[in-house]
Every structure is written in structure tokens, then in C-alpha cells.
Design a protein around this ligand. Structure first.
Ligand code: NAG
Ligand code: NAG
Ligand code: NAG
Ligand code: NAG
Ligand code: CU
Length: 527
């Protein structure tokens, strides 16, 4: 089956992506071999968990309207790390029918056992823009299983603003650890101190203090052209602050939603967030620093950490194959920093009035690796939420309190309010199954019920955050902090809308039904 994407005239614009056909296949197949590889992203070699031998994993690209069939072959063998796995496609809404392919361990699926394979069906529907995939089992993505997912739109309303938009313009930011996540997690659980990363990587390359001078990643540009950079924060903890020397950044997309173009010099990105920015290669031919310093824990807790080393190079064609000769800064002094609340949606949908309000209070238990949401620290159930729903669970009382599951009616507007906090830690809360209107960004004291942006990750903390979403896509959808150390420590909830609709529409495959019995039968060390 195939479908027509674009008029012949528009196909000319598709050159960077795929030029020849007048139609594209409806199905796009992707294979991810998840295996242990010895890699040295920051110059220190370690065993990793990565897709197809590389960190980040291969970028998955698709066109609007396609359906991905992603076969995950679990070839993990290294006993120093988790050997089961799941893959989740962050920001893809999925559907009620297909919630079982959503990849959230113990919410919508059991993990895939070592030696086994599973094919996730991922219909992309009307979504376009910048997304990513990662392991959604415990803190496993810390070990490397992360990659980009880009959905191109031949009719992108911003297509006249840029000339180039392809895999060369991805900027994938990640924090990197030299020690396996299982060991780090044990340390965190013993001390209550969140692990501090050794380095920050840009497109999989970084340096640590005292380490070798690994050649930085390079983004090549040609003078006179405009580039759509797709910046993805694939961090498990760190906040990156992105800027490019001498090149302002015009934001046109946040988390898959087109915005009114908005130009700044500096963007602070929380874990899980994505932005597309346009840069104009209109400066003298040279090499320029892309600065991506990060913050995440006390540097004194990890002497490898040096945020200045987190950077890559913007290289004009004709410039020497060398590092820029300009100073290594953390970004332009007094540059304009993005204020999230200043972003406006390109196509406004006024948020509907609220039907149900939920207040979520986040609290840490001092000195412990325990985070509470309304006094409850989330614990993954043995039987995933979806399986419980299919077996008849319908009310809050049907779930253990530690599942922190909020049962919601279908087709209502839910407002979630996070009260102000005393510290200014930002917890990037990420909703599965849909995005939300950002009624109150922590970047502003004001609420916006007129034209707020919609996105699927927003910082929670400081002056308070308010988001609003519709339960038009019934399913068991996680709503959690994307600092995976916090998620693992219990900073998570499940927004379960309309169990009855799920039972009526979900039709999980035999392969999915096999995942739990197979996983449950594994000895603990293989789980
Ligand atoms: C990535 O997310 C982390 C954790 O929220 C945050 O500390 C960091 O600043 C973010 N980086 C960027 C570039 O946004
Ligand atoms: C971090 O790296 C930069 C660039 O090499 C260097 O100038 C600086 O002294 C380093 N910082 C620390 C604390 O070592
Ligand atoms: C940055 O702003 C401060 C305060 O306004 C000012 O004193 C300083 O000169 C500015 N620095 C630069 C490099 O413009
Ligand atoms: C949490 O527990 C404390 C102490 O038991 C109580 O005062 C508070 O009301 C609880 N908060 C919520 C949101 O249940
Ligand atoms: Cu958090």
C-alpha cells in the first residue's frame, strides 16, 4: 500500500529527503538490533547498550502519515547491565487500539527478553516534527539506547524558511556516563545522591576532564543557505544550554508542534525536549563553536565533569578542517535566552474549559532515592496497567496505591496543576498519549489560556506549572519526570483515561500477549 504525499511541484522540495517517487509506501520498516558494544563516545571505552552498534542509535525518518514497523531484536548479553529491554517512541501519541505497542515497561507492555524479538507498530497519524526513541525500562537509556525519530512534512508551513533539513542537521545532546546504569542506580539508592554524568555528548561525541581530545562532531554548512537544525535533548539528567557563536536561532517547532518563528541566541533544554531552529549561514566562511554546556549535579561529585567541553563545530564549506580559533565559551554573553512562555503556536487552538483539576505535589524524601507525587512513590506493578485494564480493572481502587493511577473519563479536559516549589529544580514532566497546552510555563508568572503552545515535555518547579490536556485518546498513559533517575525513584503517575474504551478498542497481538509470560519466567538477572 502506498499513498500520495505531494504534488510534483512540491516533490522538488523533498530533495534532501527522498526525491524520486511520487508516492511513498504506507509502511516503513526499521530494524533495531539492541546489543552490547564497546564504545568510547567521550574517549573512555565501556560496554554499552545501543541500537545497531552506534550511539546515538540510527535516526529513524519517516513522512507524515506513514506507519513504522520497528523490529527490536534483543541481543543483550552483558551481565553488568539490564538484559531485557523496551523501546518507547517519545512524543508519538499512538492510539487506543495500538496502546499495547507504546513501549512503556509495566504500563503498556512487559519488556522484551534477551534473545527475543518484537515488532512495534507505530502509526504516525498526522504528527510531524522532531521526536526520539529510547529504552523505557528502568534507567537503561543511560547506557546508550537513544536515537532520533524525525517525521518530515512535505507541506511544512515553515518550509520557505529553510533550504536544508536532513540528517546532517540533527543535534542530539546527551549526558554520558562511564559506569553502567545498574551500578549508578545502586549508588543512588544507597545515598540519595543522583549520579552526576562524566560528560555531555553532541551527536554522540564528547570529552571529559583529563580525557583524550576526541575530535568534536561537525555540522557542515554552505555559505548562503539556511538550515533547519533539529535539537533533541536526549539527556537522562543534564540541562543543556545551546547556542552557536555568531548565529541566532529562530525557533519554529517545539516538541513536534510548529511555533510562530521566534529568534533567540540561547536555548535551555530539559531532558526529552525538542526544538527545531533555523540558522542562516550568512557569516564569514570559518569554523564556529556550537556551545552545549550542561548542568546536572555538583561537578565536585564527578571530577570528570567540565561543561565547557560539551560542544561541537559548525563548519562552513571552504573553512579549514580545524577547531574554531575563537574562545571556548559557555555561550554569548548577555545573549537573548529563550523564555518558553514567549513561544506562540503557529496554528492556535484555544484550550477548552477545564472539566477536572488534579493537583500534583512533588516531594523528595530527604537523603533517599525516593520521590513522591502526592505522597506516593510510583512503583511499577508486576502486571502492566494495560493488562490489568484488559482483565477488567476500571477504578482507582483496582490498582495498588503505589501505581499512582488516575482514572479519567473519556473526552474531558483535564488540568494538572503543579504548585510552586521553593527550589528552582526543573523536573521535565513528559506526557505519553497526547500533548498538552502549557497554560503556565515555569518561565513566567502568568497563565495563558488564549494562545499557549502545546508540547509534551515541560519543566515543573519554581513558580509552578499548569498543563491542560484532552482525554480524547483513551489509554494508560504515563506522566512522569524525564530525569530518569527521578522517574526510577517514583516521580511518575499514570493518567488512565477510559478503561472501558480501552477494553472495547484494544486488540493486542499474540506476540504482545507472549511478552509477559516470557518475561515473568526469566531468572531475575535476565530481566
Ligand atoms: C536537557 O535536559 C536536562 C535535564 O532536564 C537539562 O538539565 C539540560 O539543560 C537539557 N539540555 C538542553 C540543551 O536543553
Ligand atoms: C574545562 O575545560 C576548559 C577547556 O579545556 C579549560 O579551560 C578549563 O580549565 C576546564 N575546567 C576545569 C575546572 O578544569
Ligand atoms: C552584559 O550586561 C552587563 C549588565 O548589563 C554589562 O555590564 C556588560 O558590559 C555586558 N557585557 C557584554 C559583553 O555586553
Ligand atoms: C501528604 O502527607 C502529609 C503528611 O501525612 C499530609 O499532611 C498531606 O496532606 C499529604 N498530601 C497529599 C497531597 O495527600
Ligand atoms: Cu525530576
Amino acid at each position: 500500500m502506498h499513498f500520495f504525499l505531494a504534488s510534483t511541484a512540491l516533490l522538488a522540495l523533498l530533495k534532501p529527503h527522498r526525491a524520486s517517487a511520487a508516492s511513498v509506501d504506507f509502511i516503513k520498516t526499521v530494524t533495531l538490533d539492541i546489543a552490547n558494544h564497546d564504545l568510547a563516545p567521550d574517549g573512555f571505552q565501556r560496554s554499552t547498550i545501543v541500537a545497531n552498534g552506534q550511539y546515538p542509535g540510527p535516526a529513524i525518518t519517516a513522512f507524515k502519515g506513514q506507519k513504522l514497523l520497528v523490529t527490536v531484536n534483543n541481543k543483550l548479553t552483558d551481565s553488568s547491565m539490564r538484559r531485557s529491554t523496551t523501546v518507547s517512541f517519545d512524543g508519538i501519541f499512538q492510539t487506543t487500539e495500538n496502546a499495547y505497542n507504546e513501549g512503556s515497561a509495566f504500563v503498556t507492555t512487559c519488556p522484551i527478553a534477551p534473545g527475543a524479538s518484537y515488532t512495534y507498530e507505530v502509526p504516525l497519524g498526522g504528527q510531524t516534527g522532531t521526536y526520539w526513541y529510547h529504552s523505557e525500562l528502568s534507567v537503561q537509556y543511560v547506557d546508550g539506547l537513544r536515537g532520533a525519530l524525525i517525521i518530515y512534512d512535505p507541506f511544512d508551513p515553515h518550509r520557505n524558511l529553510y533550504d536544508v533539513d536532513d540528517l546532517s542537521t540533527l543535534l542530539q545532546l546527551g549526558d554520558w556516563w562511564q559506569i553502567p546504569s545498574v551500578t549508578l542506580l545502586t549508588g543512588y539508592e544507597g545515598t540519595g545522591i543522583v549520579p552526576v554524568s562524566d560528560s555531555g555528548t553532541v551527536n554522540g561525541i564528547g570529552r571529559y576532564q583529563g580525557g583524550p581530545a576526541v575530535p568534536f562532531a561537525v555540522t557542515n554548512v554552505v555559505s548562503g543557505k539556511r538550515y533547519r537544525l533539529r535539537i533533541i535533548n536526549q539527556s537522562a539528567r543534564n540541562v543543556f544550554t545551546v547556542s552557536i557563536d555568531n548565529h541566532p536561532l529562530t525557533i519554529i517547532e517545539a516538541d513536534g508542534v510548529s511555533t510562530v518563528p521566534h529568534t533567540v541566541d540561547i536555548i535551555e533544554m530539559l531532558a526529552g525536549q525538542r526544538y527545531s531552529v533555523v540558522i542562516n549561514a550568512n557569516q564569514p566562511v570559518a569554523n564556529y563553536w556550537i556551545n552545549a554546556p550542561f548542568v546536572g549535579g555538583l561537578p565536585s561529585r564527578n571530577l570528570h565533569q567540565n561543561a565547557t567541553l560539551s560542544r561541537s563545530i559548525l563548519r562552513y564549506k571552504g573553512a579549514p578542517i580545524a577547531e574554531p580559533t575563537t574562545p571556548w565559551t559557555l555561550g554569548p554573553v548577555n545573549g537573548t535566552v529563550l523564555v518558553e512562555a514567549d513561544l506562540a503556536p503557529l496554528v492556535n487552538t484555544v484550550p477548552p474549559p477545564v472539566d477536572i483539576t488534579i493537583s500534583l505535589d512533588l516531594q523528595v524524601v530527604a537523603g533517599k532515592a525516593i520521590w513522591n507525587v502526592n505522597n506516593i512513590s510510583y512503583l511499577p506493578p508486576k502486571v502492566p496497567t494495560l493488562n490489568q485494564v484488559l482483565a477488567g480493572a476500571s477504578n482507582s481502587a483496582d490498582f495498588d496505591p503505589t501505581e499512582n493511577t488516575f482514572v479519567l473519563p473519556a473526552h474531558k479536559t483535564i488540568q494538572i496543576e503543579f504548585p510552586p516549589t521553593e527550589d528552582d529544580d526543573a523536573h521535565p514532566f513528559h506526557l505519553h498519549g497526547s500533548n498538552f497546552w502549557l497554560i503556565k510555563s515555569m518561565s513566567s508568572p502568568n497563565q495563558n489560556t488564549v494562545n499557549p503552545i502545546r508540547r509534551d515535555v515541560a519543566g515543573v518547579g519554581g513558580s509552578g506549572t499548569i498543563v491542560r490536556f484532552r482525554t480524547d485518546n483513551p489509554g494508560p498513559w504515563m506522566f512522569h519526570c524525564h530525569i530518569f533517575w527521578h522517574k526510577q525513584a517514583g516521580l511518575a503517575t499514570v493518567m488512565l483515561s477510559s478503561p472501558a474504551d480501552i477494553r472495547q478498542n484494544a486488540n493486542p497481538s499474540a506476540a504482545w500477549k507472549e511478552l509477559c509470560p516470557t518475561y515473568d519466567a526469566l531468572p531475575a538477572e535476565l530481566q
